[in-house]
Design a protein around this ligand. Sequence first.
Ligand code: GLN
Length: 534
Amino acid sequence: MSETRYIFVTGGVTSSLGKGILASSLAKLLQSRGFSVTIQKLDPYINVDPGTLNPYEHGECFVTEDGAETDLDLGHYERFLNEATSQANNVTTGRIYQSVIRKERKGDYLGKTVQIIPHITDEIKRRIKILGSKGKYDIVITEIGGTVGDIESLPYIETVRQLKWELGSKAMVIHLTLVPYLSATGELKTKPTQHSVKQLLEEGVQPDVLVLRTEYDIEQSVREKVALFCNVGLESVVQSINVPTIYDVPLKMLEEKLDLTVLKKLGLPVKDDIDLSLWNNFLTKLKNPTQTIEIGIVGKYVELHDAYKSIAESLVHAGAENRCKININWIHSEDIGNSNYKKLLSKLNGIIVAPGFGHRGMKGKILTAKYARENNIPYLGICLGMQVAVIEFARNVLKLENADSTEMSMKTPYPVIDLMEQQKGITDFGGTMRLGAYECRITDEDSKVFHAYNKHTIHERHRHRYEFNDAFRDKFEEAGMVPVGINPETELVEIIEIPKHKWFVGVQFHPEYRSTVLNPHPLFIDFVKNSLVQ
Ligand code: GLN
């Protein structure tokens, strides 16, 4: 195998242009041409990981197989590439400084003044090269978070400058910018792009390819202008036009020959004809639904859909698999009360109660679980959503008054959800939950989940501190809520079901982290299937 190549993706003009989708789409094309590719995200904030960030700040926290709490872009990488990422795929400024300061304390730099250049930039470099050094990847794509010109991203851009110098044609930079449309004059404007490239140049980096986000087709003359002002060839000016689904972006980039331009610049051969047949199959299913259903997502961060990104995408995958379009009804748990819950929930074909922390909105979530249970509406409770179902069942079926999770009420007489033994005594918040993939045995072949997975042993990712309290297990089983998935090592209850219900499943893990375009998640597929209008 030839030496690993490095592609850096930077962003300019505004945030939220979709660097993650661009990186994922390019990676998909290169993968479909036979190259092994991975994507990494560098985040310029000082948190060691996004695990301690409120979802309102930064969207969902994505959890990898190895238990890293990471940026939601890693979810896109996995969904597009159909390959697992790891801790090494997400690095933050906090983590960089943490390791440099640790080394300083150990005496690794003894006698030296520790500085941003070279010590911080060397550490960033090391983290970028780790992925390439394993000999596993032909190409590593590194997405630099933030927007060029931000104070926080300076050390990263400086590192890119150094690496471009070091690696020559084995490294390249793709800069993503916005070309706004001025309706008053009916024109697409390139000045912000020119300024953004200028900013990059001031920091010592000449981009090799420019990807222009646009609402309208960018005509040749405008591309020529950008090429001229920004020192790139015409084939290196690529448009990325708005599309109905993010899963169209690889095809758009293929039309623009972004993959071929990149391979040429990196001195890599065009190995295979591109094979996107499976991807296209998915798109055909996605775009030709035979019915539409209404799925409710109940949570406390629903104003920001990014907070539940992986759940929403899992529904897209499962919808396509079932040839059905899913209208997601985002329902704020605090908006659900005794007077309106029927009105809010009765139009839904299926309900998901989302993961979460803290007591805000619990009342609405419990009412939701009750409504789904009593009205035979398919229910998927994810993590807190499972715990909610357990609490509801305890209160309303087992008649255990004020049953609760000890997360919500320390004084509950019936702690049906309680802190895991391993969590007791932990005082640090960061990275201390039960995280990452664990084995789960499905114990009942007649269960809904066995039917969905069609296997006895599954592996799913976790992010929680509380668990189903085993002391109440027999009571629940007798009354008709049954644990059907168990961790073989710890005996923790991972899945509960109500066998008498049409489809009522609560999972302590997060199935949404494992759903990809080419491997839609079996639980979501089965949940949607049971929510279809017959
Ligand atoms: N707050 C709950 C716990 O820590 C659920 C967590 C979640 O939904 N991810 O157990």
